[in-house]
Design a protein around this ligand. Structure first.
Ligand code: GLN
Length: 196
């Protein structure tokens, strides 16, 4: 892909504008996605931080749940931060009754995992061997366990928990790079999109 990829940001709920800004800063064309037709028009998708239970219910109400699952299944690159990580998990723990995800990454994600200790915090961590970055966690999940095809891209204190993973075209972080102005995670994702 030579021209700027068009990357959608799922705009049902959450910090959509911050992701749009970060994607544009690294040379992608960013558009909001609320309808199936808008989803069809993008090369890749960012699922923002916010609240996964609300995102799931709205995706269902907007008839986006199945189209999202289909596109993820057919290999569309996607990046989920925080609530978005929960949405991309094949299995979750600590979800509400009946909570569904899109799935795609062979992992178990524990919802509000760090939140039981501290509601929000910052940590310095190495992301994908690209150097230390300041990571912001807000009622964040952690990855409890991963399948063999999942690459671990970042660990955080307390407890050296898995907080960044990739499986093929799917990327997820427990933290919110869109909130710190550090664009390295977004540029990593845009490089992934260009390569695939
Ligand atoms: N705890 C939220 C959830 O379950 C995620 C928090 C966030 O995205 N900052 O969706």
């Amino acid at each position: 892909m030579t021209s700027a990829p068009t990357i959608g940001v799922l705009a049902l709920q959450g910090d959509v504008r911050e992701h749009v800004r970060s994607l544009e800063a690294v040379g992608a064309k960013a558009v909001a996605v609320r309808r199936p037709a808008e989803l069809e028009a993008v090369d890749a998708l960012v699922i923002p931080g916010g609240e996964s239970t609300t995102m799931w219910k709205l995706a269902d109400a907007f008839e986006l749940l199945e189209p999202l699952r289909m596109r993820v299944k057919s290999g569309m690159p996607a990046y989920g931060s925080c609530a978005g990580m929960i949405m991309l998990a094949d299995r979750i723990e600590g979800g509400i009754e009946g909570q569904q995800t899109l799935g795609g990454i062979d992992m178990i994600v524990r919802r509000n995992a760090f939140g039981r200790q501290v509601d929000s915090f910052e940590a310095s961590l190495d992301f994908a061997g690209r150097g230390q970055m300041r990571a912001v966690f807000i009622r964040a999940p952690w990855v409890e366990s991963v399948g063999t095809d999942v690459e671990v891209l970042g660990l955080a204190e307390p407890g050296d928990r898995i907080v960044a993973v990739r499986q093929g075209p799917l990327l997820a972080t427990s933290f919110h790079p869109e909130l710190t102005g550090d664009t390295r995670v977004h540029s990593y994702f845009v490089e992934m999109v260009r390569e695939l």
